[in-house]
Write a protein of this length. Sequence first.
Lengths: 361, 361
Amino acid sequence: MAKTIDVYGSELVEDYAKTINDFGLEEFDPSMFPEPNRIMRRGAVFAGRDLKRIADCIKNKKPFYVLSGIMPTGDRIHFGSKLVVEQIAYFQKHGAQAYILIADLEAMASRGVTLEQAKKRAYDFHIPAYIALGLDPKKTIFYFQSENKDVVHMAYEFAKKITLSEFKSIYGSADPGRIMSAVTQVGDMLYPQLEERMPGIIPVGIDQDPHIRLARDVIRRMKQKKFFPISSIYHKFTPSLDGSIKMSKSKPESCIELPEDVNAVTRKLKRALTGGRDTVEEQKKLGGIPEKCMIFEFYKQHMLENDADLDKIYNDCKKGTLLCGQDKQDACEHMAKFMQDFVNKVEQAKKIVPKLNFVKF
Amino acid sequence: MAKTIDVYGSELVEDYAKTINDFGLEEFDPSMFPEPNRIMRRGAVFAGRDLKRIADCIKNKKPFYVLSGIMPTGDRIHFGSKLVVEQIAYFQKHGAQAYILIADLEAMASRGVTLEQAKKRAYDFHIPAYIALGLDPKKTIFYFQSENKDVVHMAYEFAKKITLSEFKSIYGSADPGRIMSAVTQVGDMLYPQLEERMPGIIPVGIDQDPHIRLARDVIRRMKQKKFFPISSIYHKFTPSLDGSIKMSKSKPESCIELPEDVNAVTRKLKRALTGGRDTVEEQKKLGGIPEKCMIFEFYKQHMLENDADLDKIYNDCKKGTLLCGQDKQDACEHMAKFMQDFVNKVEQAKKIVPKLNFVKF
């Protein structure tokens, strides 16, 4: 498979090519990894840091870990979290020990959520949602930051290793809650290596790269403890339905969350930006432009698992045989089915939360 | 007794009068408190915040606490710590529940000391030293910050309540380790109120006032939890032997620490600034100036418990019957006795450390 950012050539590609360059990332090459998943194959996963170390662990069946955190604010998650879970599930399947931490200290320091609220939300929704989206709970170690002294102690230790100006240069700004959150995240990322020294990978949206950089800077400065530098793997944002690069709650009519009412989702999808022509006649003659179509982006990133199904939509659009109205109608049906399935799976997963493998401290 | 800063009128007074004004402190009035101790009577204790609340607790036999932290860096302490302990002992005697915390997280975040090093130093020296200086260990609750989840959780909670610019305006500067230390201190100051809602007082050197201000600002901003604002009581710096306002390790020949070799102390005391005249004849005729004498300051703050003894030295100096040579000789003998006594008591106190009342978490 070709080394490429986006096999379908989305209009949003250029921004990501620039990001790779600006941030000093490695371009993601799906041929490095066995059986690349949907988002790896389709360019939604586009970059990383120190990926070869992880690819070698998979190849040589050496221990490694994949880790992510749940910020238990609110009672919905966005589609970016779905991509994170799919990445975790991929690495779990290929030998990684998965760690999921509940970032309750961060939720308190940066959002003012109490530890009790955070715990309740994590149990009632966030953890079940991750399981519903494909996390293998039996192969996952869970913990709450507030209960993990090792993580907190590392946070205090690492605070000594960065200056305020470095912090500002990485994050653009600094306030006490954000600083404490950030150093705590570094503690989280390295916590599995306290148990067993092994490489680890963090799947994140590109907006989370500052945390990765901070962790890698801190590790470089440690003289005694020998941690592996953190590897990372980046997926694109789920684009806003109006065509801008990132779906955001600040534009609710262009944003779909999980879960969301099917009628609302249908209304939003029907208003989404597509690559359609000015008239039906023109479109039948010239074909549509799937590279500009947010419905197609949604299919590609989230809805269609089978590559042949996606190819068919792409080609039918190009040929002008699949028009935007029908395409949106199909997408709404896919989405309605997906949302109902998600809600059902969350309800199922709630029942097993008490039995999960939470670290006892 | 008159409401005054310093009954013997030290030359260093003016700076403290300015401090009271600049920081918005209450001038300390020893008549507010029963049986004022040596440093309260002699103006070494010179200011406070919300002192009446504590005086009322003593008067009405209501519960209150006194709290201080030990920063377990190094293997010596300075004379300022002696004043802190004497204040704690005073409030213990007058009904306060005493809390002593070992600031091991702060030592790590601000000085890079490991938790293991901090624990060892606290057990082997700092806690025994506090007991040697008069802390009643049976009436004291001890804890390590690194083990106290409640304190750490409050630190994260409070980080949300201050901005970086507020932090800078209080402390003059900000770096991540210092920020984490400061919010953790606020957690320490309020921790006893989680157990029982009661007023508390923190005895500190005036240089520690930023922490008190930060705590009081944070408390003001809390809507739900009703904490009593922290009261504080300030003692002066132990002046440098060369006459400047604060003894500092940066000038080792003008600085005495605890413990310190008797020969070194004798050498330093003999070179100390006094209020002597140019010639012996002149001094016999005009008398000395004890207000300018660092030996007298040491007697006043630290060496002579009995007021009549201090008065006699003051008067003999003024009259010109006690000359600087003899005065220094006497001071060296006092100090040698004190140091030997301190070392002996530390050795004794070490034995009881394992039996102390450490909070179990």
